[in-house]
Design a protein around this ligand. Structure first.
Ligand code: NI
Ligand code: MN
Length: 229
């Protein structure tokens, strides 16, 4: 499974030949100046919640790629109002079938509004299951006991967890989350983009290692295969 990191909480995964982009925030990110959003391909764009550091480039990429945009019911309505043709609304609950696999929207302890302050439904994490592997993207969230449900639904190959603290879990809590979700390969996101989420990455890697887990921190623009780290 190909995984490409684009900074903050934005990444692309390729599953069964479908390119799936998450939380596109690239052009306002000073760390991602070398990424050209016009070169990013997407069959789907999943949005965890409406905050600016997740949605900034969504409309532009969706309009160019004609990707199907997936998010909370309120988010999908907003997509439609902003001229996006293909949308898929969902909410917390049972798995939803897509052509690449199944997706379950799960709880995230956070908030969700659009940059103009309007309501954007509940914030999500997503659990993806497919013939090519399973992963969990936590979105923006604090550590929550709800994460313990995830191993009942999927044996995860990897998980994408926020580690920057202040607005979300920090790395120490992400180690506990990795334990809750029974997953040893974690891709850390949502760190170092802003002053308030700057972290000691060497310490974060060491903390995961001490817990017998592997924290991957791909460079912005780097493609990795988290199934064979
Ligand atoms: Ni947020
Ligand atoms: Mn965020």
């Amino acid at each position: 499974m190909k995984f490409t990191y684009f900074g903050q909480a934005c990444f692309q995964v390729e599953i069964n030949n479908k390119k799936i982009l998450f939380d596109p925030f690239i052009t306002p990110n000073p760390l991602a100046k070398h990424i050209n959003i016009d070169e990013i391909k997407a069959d789907y764009i999943f949005l965890s919640h409406g905050h600016g550091d997740h949605i900034a480039d969504l409309i532009a990429i969706a309009k160019r790629t004609k990707a199907t945009c997936v998010g909370a019911a309120e988010v999908a309505t907003w997509f439609g109002k902003n001229g996006i043709e293909k949308t898929h609304p969902l909410n917390h609950g049972g798995p939803v079938k897509f052509d690449f696999g199944n997706v379950r929207a799960v709880n995230a302890i956070h908030s969700s509004s659009f940059p103009d302050g309007s309501y954007a439904g509940n914030p999500f994490g997503f659990v993806f299951t497919s013939t090519e592997g399973n992963f969990y993207f936590a979105g923006d969230t604090a550590l929550t006991m709800d994460m313990q449900l995830i191993p009942r639904w999927a044996k995860l190959n990897f998980a994408v967890l926020p580690i920057g603290g202040n607005y979300t879990m920090d790395a120490a809590d992400a180690v506990i989350a990795a334990d809750f979700i029974n997953c040893d390969t974690i891709v850390g996101v949502h760190y170092n983009t802003f002053e308030l989420i700057k972290i000691d990455t060497e310490k974060a890697i060491a903390d995961f290692k001490a817990a017998g887990k592997n924290l991957l921190l791909p460079a912005i623009g780097e493609m990795i295969n988290p199934l064979t780290p």
